[in-house]
Design a protein around this ligand. Structure first.
Ligand code: BGC
Length: 674
């Protein structure tokens, strides 16, 4: 029997029951009619399967904790994002999970958002491409995904009710774009709606969002699942095209039944929702026959490390203080408890029960061997409360008597989590103070920061020689950091979000978090580097910044054709050469600037990127293909994407503020306002 035939055998009660979860993690199955139940679990940076033991106690199964999304995005490596997805898919298969609840692709509007560690970027193209790659990886193993949180869940403060007030152009170009890219490219099996309202209407009831755009315009053919407890009116949400309400809610069935009986919802509406749901349920259930139920734990740990090695971002390296030079450095003061007990992820529903956790200290000891003396001080004895520093005397003594000091700091435990936002983007003042004191004792001080989102370092950064941003790099992040410090691996991470000088400089500063009812996205398109670069604002580190132990030369830019119509594909080529003496990877970023525009456009926008691996002296050609989406903006009068005729600059570089090559292309529009 096909899905339609099966539906024709179901009673109305059976059909309605399918539209609400069976419990917290499973869909309803109707065995006697051949309808299976499938199981969903969080994600996204590892499997979080919640189980119940024989005493009725819930526990989370162990799984490999991969670097979180903000770390994955710092790799700018879609192949790695795909491999992570695939590995997580394998762990789902082995644990009888059919759908992983991720990836999260919301735009980082403010560095305060508590869930930024779960999101990729402030840039929609980067977030969209990485999400698509992750989805392709997961779904290649026969497991489903849930692209979330659709849409504009950009703050945790008041997330259950806040109305995000966003103009249509901004919505399309910034906040919906990563979803659009991922849906069109990778076809996720499900999309999870956000808790919040969008322009006054709950996302769970938002027909414009869930039906008109997602389904009708983008061709989404999976089902929409509610965020857990985000449905306020089951009838309205069904009409908006939300097929599955999660978790089980006894009132929802009665509401649907009443609405059916009084004619507010029709058989046709119910049947088509059930069909959309069951199409996926059957697809995933049937996939169970082909799934591989075993995976290699060590290989997954190694993959977590490979990603961490590419995510760790060298932000500052004055006088090439790094990598550590064994011929010159005979003693190192390693300071800070994070060296031994790293924070590998943020909190909330994404929290993975990691199989094991590497720490930087053990690997530093191995790498230092007998050549370098390591003196360790944990800085704070009242761990995990990092504000309780009471060991500073010994730390300063060690710093004073060592060739180098490496200070491990980070976001305080529980500072970055689902459910609430950060209140500050600086490190705790006691930690900042400790960094300053240590740097005063040792001129060769390097700070390693573990955090999921941007940190304001302005009060101390000038006093230290090196800064390594270690993100929340999962269970293998500790050893990855040590290997980068010692130069076993060349850092290639680049920040996927601007690091501002301070929170007051951020474009949403004056409107975030709203008045408790609404949050006005008054900065419009000017999110992240779009704002800083358009308004020529000084930043701590620009979008796309990240250093290497080697150097790269960019040359020979060519653009063909250089005069084209809006349907033409433009080919951009350039060469990149490793001009240093260490093998390294460089992320080449392509930005487009509309110079002749009549409408407001940001100074430049990322349209393509790729990561290139080069041996010393090696040169490679990089090629990008640009289509209309690289030049268009969302024209609200036409209610469509529109290209204006004129000159566009192609800017290729190592960050949004480090443009190495420039060229022009002239595009002829199909429609120009006279
Ligand atoms: C989160 C989702 C998560 C769900 C299930 C919600 O609170 O917002 O991201 O997938 O819970 O745990």
């Amino acid at each position: 029997m096909n899905v339609k035939e099966i539906i024709s055998t179901l009673s109305i009660d059976e059909k309605l029951s399918l539209l609400i979860g069976k419990d917290t993690w499973n869909t309803v199955g109707i065995e006697e009619k051949g309808v299976p139940s499938i199981c969903v679990s969080d994600g996204p940076h590892g499997l979080r399967k919640v189980c119940t033991d024989e005493n009725g106690q819930t526990f989370t199964k162990e799984a490999v904790c991969f670097p979180t999304a903000s770390a994955v995005s710092a790799t700018w490596n879609t192949e790695l994002a795909k491999k992570v997805g695939q590995a997580i898919g394998e762990e789902c298969a082995a644990n009888d999970v059919d759908i992983i609840l991720g990836p999260g692709t919301n735009i980082k509007r403010t560095p305060l958002c508590g869930r930024n560690f779960e999101y990729f970027s402030e840039d929609p193209v980067l977030a969209g491409e990485l999400s698509a790659a992750y989805i392709e990886g997961v779904q290649s193993t026969g497991i489903g995904t849930s692209l979330k949180h659709f849409a504009t869940n950009n703050q945790e403060y008041d997330r259950l009710h806040v109305s995000t007030e966003v103009d249509i152009r901004t919505l399309r170009e910034i906040y919906l774009k990563p979803f659009e890219i991922a849906v069109k490219k990778a076809k996720p099996t499900t999309v999870m709606c956000a808790y919040n309202r969008l322009n006054g209407i709950y996302c769970s009831e938002n027909k414009f969002l869930l039906n008109d755009i997602l389904r009708e315009e983008w061709g989404f053919d999976g089902f929409v699942v509610s965020d857990w407890g985000s449905v306020h009116d089951r009838v309205k949400s069904l009409k908006a095209s939300l097929e599955l309400q999660m978790p089980y809610d006894e009132k929802a069935f009665d509401a649907l039944k009443r609405a059916y009986e009084n004619g507010a919802i029709t058989d046709e509406e119910i049947d088509s929702a059930v069909e959309r749901l069951l199409n996926i349920v059957f697809r995933l259930y049937n996939n169970r026959n082909h799934r591989v139920k075993e995976y290699n734990l060590d290989a997954h740990h190694q993959l977590a490390k490979e990603v961490a090695l590419e995510a760790v971002t060298l932000l500052k390296n004055e006088g090439n203080i790094l990598p550590i030079k064994k011929e010159a450095v005979k003693s190192i003061a390693v300071i800070g408890r994070f060296a031994k007990e790293p924070i590998i992820q943020g909190g909330g529903s994404a929290h993975v029960n990691a199989v094991k956790t590497d720490n930087a200290f053990d690997r530093i000891m191995e790498l230092a061997g007998s050549d370098i003396e390591i003196k360790y001080n944990d800085l704070c004895t009242s761990w995990p409360n990092t504000s309780g520093i009471n060991n500073i005397g010994e730390a300063l003594n060690f710093a004073n008597h060592s060739d180098m000091a490496i200070v491990f700091v980070g976001s305080p435990i529980n500072d970055e989590s689902e459910g609430y936002d950060r209140t500050s983007i600086t490190l705790p003042s006691q930690i900042e103070d400790a960094i300053l004191k240590i740097a005063a004792k040792n001129p060769n001080t390097v700070v390693v920061i573990q955090a999921g989102s941007a940190i304001d370092m302005s009060s101390w950064i000038d006093k230290v020689k090196g800064v390594v941003f270690a993100w929340f790099t999962g269970q293998a992040g500790g050893s990855a950091v040590a290997e980068i410090l010692f130069g076993l691996s060349n850092p290639s991470g680049k920040i996927a979000e601007t690091f501002p000088l301070n929170i007051e400089d951020t474009p949403s500063y004056v409107t975030y978090p709203g008045n408790g009812y609404a949050s006005w996205y008054a900065e419009g398109l000017m999110v992240g580097y779009r704002y800083y670069d358009t308004y020529r604002k000084e930043v701590l580190f620009p979008f796309g910044h990240g250093l290497s132990y080697t150097t790269f030369e960019y040359k020979d830019l060519s653009i063909a054709p250089d005069t084209a119509s809006e349907e033409d594909e433009i080919t951009v080529k350039l060469k990149i050469k490793n001009t240093g003496n260490m093998q390294g990877k460089e992320t080449v970023q392509l930005y487009v600037r509309d110079t002749d525009c009549k409408v407001l456009r940001p100074d430049k926008e990322l349209k393509a990127f790729c990561k290139v691996d080069l041996k010393p002296g090696e040169e490679k050609e990089v090629e990008f293909k640009l289509d209309k989406s690289a030049f268009s903006y969302f024209n609200t009068s036409l209610n469509d994407w529109h290209v204006e005729s004129g000159k566009f600059e192609i800017l290729v570089g190592a960050s949004s503020r480090d443009i190495r090559l420039k060229g022009n292309v002239y595009i002829q529009s199909n429609f120009d306002y006279s």
